[in-house]
Each structure stands twice: as structure tokens, then as C-alpha cells.
Ligand binder design. Structure first.
Ligand SMILES: Cc1cc2nc3c(=O)[nH]c(=O)nc-3n(C[C@H](O)[C@H](O)[C@H](O)COP(=O)(O)OP(=O)(O)OC[C@H]3O[C@@H](n4cnc5c(N)ncnc54)[C@H](O)[C@@H]3O)c2cc1C
Length: 417
């Protein structure tokens, strides 16, 4: 049986990047992919537009977004950083554009174009891709690896595990990399869903389903101690909330919270730009405008229609009361609702709806300069299978491009010297 230079498990962004780099440098590369096509998850990224990276040029700031594990990325980013990613795609004929929050997208707004240019590059560099090949076992033999799939056995001098995490399992990311790595002696940090909707205990939340909020401040606290706070857009779901700031807040929960043993509160400030005094003046002005009307009909300029009935209910003000006869005390209660509407957090969503997996292959056992295992020579890791997870905004794909590049070039360097 022929022994190839590099077998890559997984044709996601990390695996494809590594394959392109290693094959360009002359290695004989085969990707084993259990789906019948390349990069199913990449196709749905950024709502089909693919937020390829984030133009956070300063590596330190980029890294700070990944919490304590971020420092693992210093070497990778210095070898292949954000600007390298943009130049790489432009060199493949895919121009990019930058949007709010430094998010970089293909100019065409199509994730399928990202996949297409990668596919063309794989073909150009003669990377073999075996589809519908699920890797079931990897054994280290003397001087090579034996890789067992549902279809065949392959011998390779090097193996790269780029199987992704466990989120959106229907795309093929079902956590297969963890047992494969464990069998080769690696430790796995428990995988948990991250960048995921937050679920509330209050059942009446269902009546707000579909309502989106802009320019709100959302804070998560435990016993009045603030854990995290974000300003921006959010959306009510059938059982809680989702949307950009909620997803980012969920990272704090995934990492630090045992839901069974704590009382966590999510509070919404609907008017973060106004102090309580300013809001009181604004409410008084509205009430003057609507004088002689019933209270329940006077919140139209302050709140979207879908949430008004809830505010009226929680305000403890008689809905039929004439608005100009509400008392200062009643207004104070109403102001508190605007500035601090509280829900009790029950938990977060499952892997089925998580954008990313927190946890994965323990970074202590991987060389950050090469992505090679410190335990098994010739074994490499790249992408989301690693214990690295960043916020939304293109950070997670940049990890795939950087770690994939570093793994591919290190393997080529080892093989060709
Ligand atoms: C809905 C959604 C939107 C997202 N949007 C963005 C975004 O806009 N920007 C961003 O930065 N990040 C985004 N992400 C995150 C990003 O998509 C992932 O971090 C990234 O795809 C991980 O790449 P990967 O190559 O490590 O693994 P994956 O993309 O998960 O690919 C792994 C591949 O390995 C294959 N595989 C697994 N096990 C085996 C096996 N045993 N044998 C053979 N093949 C196997 C799988 O089929 C899969 O093709 C999004 C994620 C989701 C779910």
C-alpha cells in the first residue's frame, strides 16, 4: 500500500487551508471527508455570506477576544494573520469588503464563492478528496499512521485532525475528532455549546417571539453582581433570546456557569442612552401628548407594539387609567421596567443551535508554533477541534485559516527538509 505524505480528516475551512498550503509545497495530500461535498458548514456561515475574518489588525486585541487560551494563537497569527487571509482570498480571485464591526465578507456576499475558490485551488494543486469517507480510527505504526475509514485503510506519514467541533451536527461536525485524539493519548477539555441562544424560565416569553430590539443594553448578573454586559441588537425567541449580543453573552455563561446551582438574571435596558431622570421627562412629555387617553394606549412612541401588553401588565398601573392621572410612584415603577426588565436564565441552547463549540483538544499538548502534537510525532490539529472559541465577527474562521496554514506549512517544512 502506498504511503502518502499527509492525510487530513475533515474538509472544512481548516482542513482545506492546510491541504492547499501543503500541496502547493509539493506534498502528496488526501482529504478524508464523511459528507458528499466540501465544507457544508462554511456554506451557511454569516447567514450564507461568510464573515471570513475580522479586520482586527492588532494581534493582541484579536487574541484578547479568545480569553485565557488566546495566547496560544500568537505564533499562528504572526505566521498567517488577518491581512494574510484577505490577501490569500484576493489572490484566488475573491475580493473582500469590510462592514460594521470590522467584519470582512466576500464582495459578492456569497459563502458559496469562498467554497468555490478553495475547491478550485484544491483541484489545481491535485489534492485528492475522498468523500463519504468517515474516519473511524487512527493508529500510529512504526514511522507512519494507519487510518481506517468506513471504506478503506490509508497509510500516511502525517495526519491532521480538522474535524471541527460538535455544533450544527447536521453539517458533519459531530465531535469525531475527540475520540480519535483521545485514542492517540490526548486530553479533551469538555465540549460545550457556545455562541448560542439563552433560555428563560418565564413561560410568557413566548408572546414576544420574533420581536427584535435595536440599541438595547443587556446585562447578565448573579445576586446583583454583573457578569457581563453588551450593547446592540437582540431578538426574542419562543423560549428566550438570541441575536448578536445574546450570542456573545452566552460565551460567558458557557464558560463560567453551572446552571443547576445559580440564580442568573438577564436584564434589558430599553433606553440605555437616557438616565432615569431623562426618561421620566420623556414619559411625561408622551403622557402630556396623549392626555385623556388610557394608559394602555400611551406607550406607542416608546416601545414596539409586541411588548407593550407585557409592559402594561408588569407596570402594575391600571391599563384603563387616564394617563394624565398616573402618579410619580407609578411612573417610577414604569421607568424601572424600561431600564431593568428582568428575566431568569434557565440555561443555554444545545449544540444543534450553537455557532461554535467551547472546549476541545487540550492546547497544552500541542506545539503552538507548528500545530503538531507534543505527544505523537506527525499528528497535527487545526480549526474548531482545538480548545479555542472566539466571539462572533469572523474571529472563529480566522482561527481555522491561521491554524490550517500553520499545520500545512509545518508539515511541508518537516517533510521537505
Ligand atoms: C450557522 C453558523 C454560522 C457561522 N458563521 C460564521 C461566520 O460568519 N464567521 C466565522 O468566523 N465563523 C462562523 N461560524 C463558525 C465556523 O463556521 C466554524 O468555526 C468553522 O466552520 C470550523 O471549521 P473547521 O474546519 O474547524 O471544522 P468544520 O467546518 O466543522 O468542518 C469539519 C469537517 O470535518 C468533517 N468530519 C468530521 N468528522 C469526520 C470523520 N470522522 N471523518 C471524515 N470527516 C469528518 C465534517 O463533515 C466537516 O466537513 C459559524 C458557524 C455556524 C454553525
Amino acid at each position: 500500500m502506498q504511503t502518502i505524505d499527509l492525510a487530513i480528516v475533515g474538509a472544512g475551512p481548516a482542513g482545506m487551508m492546510a491541504a492547499i498550503i501543503a500541496s502547493k509545497r509539493g506534498l502528496n495530500v488526501c482529504i478524508l471527508e464523511k459528507n458528499d461535498r466540501l465544507a457544508r458548514k462554511l456554506l451557511i456561515t454569516g447567514k450564507g455570506r461568510c464573515n471570513v475574518t475580522n479586520l482586527e489588525i492588532d494581534n493582541k486585541q484579536f487574541i484578547d477576544n479568545f480569553g485565557k487560551n488566546g495566547k496560544f494563537l500568537y505564533s499562528c497569527l504572526s505566521q498567517f494573520g488577518v491581512e494574510d487571509t484577505i490577501s490569500f482570498f484576493e489572490s484566488l480571485g475573491l475580493p473582500t469588503k469590510v462592514e460594521r464591526g470590522n467584519r470582512v465578507f466576500p464582495a459578492s456576499d456569497k459563502a458559496s464563492d469562498v467554497v468555490r475558490v478553495l475547491e478550485e485551488e484544491l483541484k489545481k494543486n491535485k489534492v485528492e478528496v475522498e468523500f463519504q469517507s468517515k474516519v473511524k480510527d487512527i493508529q500510529k505504526k512504526y514511522g507512519y499512521f494507519e487510518i481506517v475509514t468506513n471504506r478503506s485503510k490509508i497509510n500516511s506519514k502525517n495526519v491532521l485532525i480538522a474535524t471541527g467541533g460538535k455544533s450544527y451536527p447536521q453539517t458533519g461536525s459531530t465531535g469525531d475528532g475527540y475520540p480519535l485524539a483521545r485514542n492517540l493519548g490526548h486530553k479533551i477539555v469538555e465540549a460545550k455549546p457556545s455562541l448560542v441562544p439563552i433560555i428563560f424560565r418565564e413561560k410568557y416569553i413566548k408572546e414576544l417571539e420574533g420581536l427584535s430590539l435595536k440599541n438595547v443594553k443587556i446585562t447578565i448578573s448573579r445576586k446583583d453582581k454583573v457578569l457581563a454586559s453588551r450593547f446592540g441588537e437582540a431578538l426574542f425567541t419562543h423560549n428566550g433570546m438570541s441575536g448578536p449580543i445574546i450570542l456573545d453573552l452566552s460565551r460567558e455563561l458557557t464558560k463560567n456557569v453551572d446552571f443547576a446551582n445559580c440564580d442568573l438574571i438577564l436584564s434589558i435596558d430599553f433606553k440605555p442612552a437616557l438616565s432615569k431622570e431623562e426618561l421620566d421627562k420623556r414619559i411625561l412629555a408622551d403622557f402630556a401628548k396623549f392626555k385623556n387617553k388610557q394608559f394602555k394606549n400611551c406607550l406607542g412612541d416608546l416601545l414596539p407594539a409586541k411588548i407593550r401588553p407585557l409592559f402594561v401588565r408588569l407596570s402594575k398601573i391600571d391599563p384603563d387609567k387616564q394617563v394624565n392621572s398616573t402618579t410619580k410612584e407609578e411612573r417610577t415603577w414604569l421607568i424601572n421596567l424600561f431600564k431593568d426588565l428582568r428575566f431568569t436564565i434557565q440555561g443555554v441552547g444545545s449544540f444543534d443551535e450553537a455557532i461554535i463549540t467551547s472546549g476541545g483538544i487540550d492546547l497544552k499538548e500541542i506545539n503552538p508554533k507548528t500545530m503538531e502534537s507534543k505527544l505523537v510525532r506527525g499528528l497535527y490539529f487545526a480549526g474548531e477541534v482545538l480548545d479555542l472559541d472566539g466571539p462572533t465577527g469572523g474571529y472563529n474562521l480566522q482561527v481555522c485559516w491561521s491554524t490550517g496554514y500553520v499545520a500545512g506549512s509545518s508539515i511541508a517544512c518537516e517533510e521537505l527538509t
